[in-house]
Design a protein around this ligand. Structure first.
Ligand code: HEM
Length: 154
């Protein structure tokens, strides 16, 4: 039994890495560049995995190219960007925001694969809209921490 407990403890430590103050300010400045395009960000995240869109009753079964132009899509996109801004401006402390996310999203039956694909869609967006090479490793650290903590809780 003891070795198993040790493995679990070491894995949970491995999931979180300490972010430097420089990495945090790079991520904040980088997100500031794109926060005015919530619709484009959500579109990229849903485009990466159509099964994510199917979880939204208001978007399920509809053409993403049409849905992205609706007021409902804009409203949800603003909620996601607002939440992300909160997490990013509270770095490196994200546990309370992660717990809020897990409390509302765990009952939605979201898989780890969907979380990975959502993340990949976001990175695709950032590569297309920012000079991502400059911020890639800082984003890598913050996304590893955010999604790692979520996955350990759901
Ligand atoms: C990866 C797959 C995901 C799925 C399938 C999913 C699904 C959903 C659904 C169905 C809702 C309710 C929408 C409504 O009632 O109008 C929702 C709400 C929300 N989602 Fe997600 N979501 C995912 C990932 C994310 C991520 C990564 C973030 C943050 C970066 C996020 C942030 C939010 C926020 C802020 C809300 C509104 C508050 C709430 O109901 O929790 N979601 N999501």
């Amino acid at each position: 039994m003891k070795p198993i407990i040790l493995v679990i403890v070491s894995l949970s430590f491995a999931a979180a890495s300490i972010m430097t103050a420089e990495q945090i300010s790079i991520v904040q400045a980088s997100f500031d560049e794109v926060k005015g395009d919530p619709v484009g960000i959500l579109y990229a995240c849903l485009k990466a995995d159509p099964s994510i869109q199917e979880k939204f009753p208001q978007f399920a079964g509809k053409d993403l190219e049409v849905v992205k132009g609706t007021p409902e899509f804009k409203t949800h996109a603003k909620r996601i960007v607002g939440y992300s801004l909160k997490v990013i401006y509270e770095l490196p402390d994200m546990e309370r925001d992660v717990d809020t996310f897990v409390a509302s999203h765990k009952p939605r039956g979201i898989t780890h694969e969907q979380l990975d694909n959502f993340r990949a869609g976001f990175v695709t967006y950032m590569k297309a809209h920012t000079d991502f090479a400059k911020s890639e490793s800082a984003w890598g650290a913050s996304l590893d921490n955010f999604f790692g903590m979520i996955k350990s809780k759901m």
